[in-house]
Structure formats: structure tokens, C-alpha cells
Write a protein that binds this ligand. Structure first.
Ligand code: B1M
Length: 235
């Protein structure tokens, strides 16, 4: 048994070798990739709390991030899957001023698995880079991540620039990241918001579909709304 609690501890302690080894075992045992991810995400929560209490500092956060990234690299092929040609293009990045990229990378992996081609702009991405990449790659979607309360406001600039661009009427923008709430996403005029990587896929598909159907989207597509719509359709 891989013992996923060992994985959580390994990421908390920044022990990359153990994190990678336990992830390998878990994959070999056939544990679903999203189940393997969970203890790592929990570990990051614990690390963040310890940082807030000043029990640990930036170097410790960094080595935990390195451990999680090492294990995530093993999960990526499983999350992404194989097969179909991408039929949608998403430009992804962490917003200007912000260097956190684990959540953004997870969302990108999940979108790849859902048949999106991903143009990953990395971290610290200004609005003009998002727009230039969207034009160059004829993107359907921009996905922006923010982890800092001091940087999340910069996402508004990307959305305003997209709305002001006459040549990008069908480009949709979704936002997310730990401090980004549905209310905040609404305030800045995003087309979609999601609290985690799995629901980001549903939201991304839904907002791109609205553009393809040339319907005008007003307001956000919240995962609960999508779930309710599914329930209604299934009933
Ligand atoms: Co930083 N950091 N950090 N950090 N860091 C936080 C975010 C913090 C909450 C810790 C704390 O104080 N408790 C705090 C922010 C406080 C605030 O803004 N109110 C903080 C701080 C203060 C800082 C520095 C300022 C510290 C300093 O230098 N004094 C500094 C800032 C640097 C900068 O960006 N300019 C800093 C630096 C770092 C490291 C570089 C050391 C490292 C990042 C390494 C890396 O990413 N490569 C780091 C880390 C690791 C963290 C914590 C511990 C973990 C973040 C993480 O990876 N979580 C974090 C504490 C925490 O979040 N609890 C913290 C796991 C990841 C899977 O979750 O990214 O939330 P998350 O993504 C989720 C969802 O949010 C969502 O889906 C993902 C998966 O389910 N999601 C989306 C994310 N993006 C989405 C996009 C979408 C949809 C959903 O659509 C497009």
C-alpha cells in the first residue's frame, strides 16, 4: 500500500525523493491520479499555515513546492491522457507580480487532458503578453491564476484589455487561485471562475462553448450552476 499520508508528510517536509517514490508506488497500485494529488494539495495548505505562523520561511515553502512538482511530473501523463487532437486553445499564466505556479500548472494539465492545446506563459505575466499570445495562437480562452491578494487585482487589466480589443470578440477569460473568489471574479468581469483544477475544466469548456455558439455570456458560470444544469439534463 503506497500510504498517501506518507506523501502528504513528504511534501510538507520538502522530501522530494520520498514524494516521488510514494507517487510511483501509488500509480503502480492503480490509485487514480486525482486521489494521489489530494494529499499534496493538503500538504501545501499546511505549509501555508506554518508560513503564516512564522514557523517556517520562504526556503521551506520552496522545497515543499519542489517536492510537489517532482511528484506532479509523474502524474502529468496520467492527467493529460492521450489520443485526440486538441480542438481548443488556452493561453495560461500566473498574473504579473506573482511567482506561484503549482495551481496554474495543475489547471493546465487538466485542460490538456480535456483536449485543450495549452500555451503556457509561466508566471509574472503582464496583460500585453496574454493578449499577444492569444492573438498569435488564435486562442479561445485565457486562464489566469493569482495566489497573492496583492496581485489578484492585476487580473482586471487583462480582462479590460480583452474587452477593449475589437479583434477578440470571442476570447473568454477565466480566473482562479486561492484568494480569488466568485465575488471577486464577478467584480473584475471574468467570464468564468473555478475553485479548483477539476472544476476549471468544466468552466473552461462551458465558456468556450458559449463563444462558439455566438451567444453572449453575461455573468459567471459557477461550477454549481453547471452541476445543477447537468442534474436537470439527467433528470
Ligand atoms: Co507563497 N504565499 N509567497 N510561495 N505560498 C502563499 C500564497 C500564502 C497564502 C502563504 C501564507 O501566508 N499562508 C501567502 C499569500 C498571502 C496573501 O497574499 N494574502 C504567500 C506569500 C506571502 C508569499 C511571498 C510574498 C513570501 C515572501 O517572499 N515573503 C512570496 C511571493 C512571491 C511572488 O509571487 N512574488 C511567496 C513565495 C512562494 C514560493 C516561491 C516560496 C512558493 C511558490 C513556488 C511555486 O509555486 N513554484 C510558495 C508557496 C509554495 C506557497 C503556498 C504554501 C502553496 C501554494 C501552492 O502551490 N498551493 C501558499 C499557501 C497556500 O496556498 N495555502 C503560499 C497548492 C496549489 C495546488 O494550490 O495554487 O491554490 P493553488 O491552486 C488551486 C486552486 O487555487 C485552483 O486550482 C488549483 C488546484 O486545485 N486554481 C485555479 C489555481 N489557479 C487557477 C486558475 C483557474 C482556476 C482555478 O482558472 C484559470
Amino acid at each position: 500500500m503506497a500510504g498517501l499520508e506518507r506523501l502528504q508528510l513528504a511534501v510538507e517536509m520538502g522530501d522530494r525523493d520520498t514524494a516521488v517514490a510514494v507517487t510511483e508506488e501509488a500509480i503502480a497500485e492503480g490509485i487514480p491520479p486525482l486521489e494521489i494529488l489530494e494529499p499534496m494539495t493538503d500538504a501545501m495548505g499546511v505549509v501555508g499555515e506554518r508560513f503564516s505562523r512564522q514557523e517556517i520561511f520562504v526556503p521551506e515553502m520552496l522545497i515543499s513546492a519542489r517536492a510537489m512538482k517532482g511528484a506532479m511530473a509523474l502524474l502529468e501523463p496520467l492527467l493529460v491522457g492521450s489520443g485526440h487532437r486538441p480542438d481548443k486553445v488556452a493561453v495560461m499564466g500566473t498574473i504579473k507580480g506573482d511567482l506561484h505556479d503549482i495551481g496554474k500548472n495543475l489547471v493546465a494539465m487538466m485542460l490538456k487532458g480535456a483536449n485543450f492545446e495549452i500555451i503556457d506563459l509561466g508566471t509574472n505575466t503582464p496583460a500585453d503578453e496574454f493578449l499577444a499570445a492569444a492573438r498569435e495562437h488564435q486562442a479561445d480562452l485565457i486562464g489566469i491564476s493569482a495566489l497573492l491578494t496583492t496581485t489578484m487585482g492585476n487580473m482586471r487589466g487583462v480582462i479590460e484589455a480583452v474587452r477593449a480589443a475589437d479583434d477578440l470578440p470571442d476570447l473568454r477569460v477565466i480566473v482562479g487561485g486561492a484568494p480569488v473568489t466568485l465575488d471577486f471574479a464577478t467584480q473584475i468581469g471574468a467570464d468564468g471562475w473555478a475553485p479548483d483544477a477539476a472544476s476549471a475544466v468544466d468552466v473552461a469548456k462551458a465558456v468556450v462553448d458559449t463563444a462558439r455558439g455566438r451567444t453572449t455570456l453575461s455573468g459567471l458560470i459557477h461550477p454549481d450552476v453547471i452541476a445543477a444544469a447537468r442534474d436537470t439534463a439527467a433528470a
